[in-house]
Structures are given as structure tokens and as C-alpha cells.
Design a protein around this ligand. Structure first.
Ligand code: TYC
Length: 112
């Protein structure tokens, strides 16, 4: 909470009263952000990873294929940046989807 006091100059009115305007402003702080990372492995099929990126991260096929290849070549990639709750939900969705399909795909989050 920030209070701004506006200083009044002069000696006040005939009673000697000095008035002040006090503005109270609630600072809207931006929430901390978290990177969601997708990790490479040797077994998850490329098409499955592409499907994950389309389904849970709203990418089109070309974007998803490009990011999948980045993970495949470099070992990992940031696939999105979200608030804590949304990042956690994405990680859970990906991990559940991979487990249901019996793929070892790993997805994690870290503070930006
Ligand atoms: N390396 C996997 C393969 O050759 C493909 C892959 C890409 C797996 C990205 C996981 O996050 C991943 N089939």
C-alpha cells in the first residue's frame, strides 16, 4: 500500500486549519512467472510430443514440430511461461497424458 501526501503550503484558513489530500493506492504487483520445460528422452515418439504441444500449449502444427525438434536436439526447451497455478496445471496435464500413453516424457517448471 502506498500513501501519497500532498503538502499544502501557506498557513491554513482563518482557524489555522491545514488540509491535506491523502491518496491511497493499492499497488497491483505482477505475479511471479514460471517457465514450463519439456525434456528430451530416447523413447517418446516425436508425433506424441507434437500432439502434446498442440493440445496443452495451443501451438499450431508447425510451431509444435519446431519446438519438438529443439527439445530433441538441445535436450530441453521452454514451452511456455505462466503464473504458478497455470504452470502447475500444464505440468500435471502433460505428465498425466504421457503416463496414460505409457511414454516417459518429462515436463517440469522453474521460476523465471
Ligand atoms: N527424442 C525423441 C525421439 O527421438 C523425441 C522427443 C522429442 C522426445 C522431444 C521427448 O520432449 C521430447 N523419439
Amino acid at each position: 500500500m502506498t500513501q501519497t501526501f500532498i503538502q499544502m503550503s501557506g498557513q491554513g484558513d482563518e482557524d489555522g486549519d491545514v488540509s491535506a489530500i491523502v491518496k491511497t493506492r493499492s499497488k497491483t504487483k505482477r505475479p511471479p512467472l514460471y517457465k514450463v520445460l519439456l525434456l528430451n528422452d530416447d523413447f517418446t515418439p516425436m508425433e506424441f510430443v507434437v500432439a502434446v504441444l498442440e493440445r496443452f500449449f495451443g501451438m499450431n502444427h508447425a510451431q509444435a514440430f519446431e519446438i519438438m525438434l529443439t527439445v530433441h536436439k538441445r535436450g530441453l526447451a521452454v514451452v511456455g511461461v505462466f503464473t504458478h497455478e497455470i504452470a502447475e496445471t500444464k505440468v500435471t496435464q502433460v505428465m498425466d497424458f504421457a503416463r496414460r500413453h505409457q511414454h516417459p516424457l518429462q515436463c517440469t517448471m522453474e521460476k523465471e
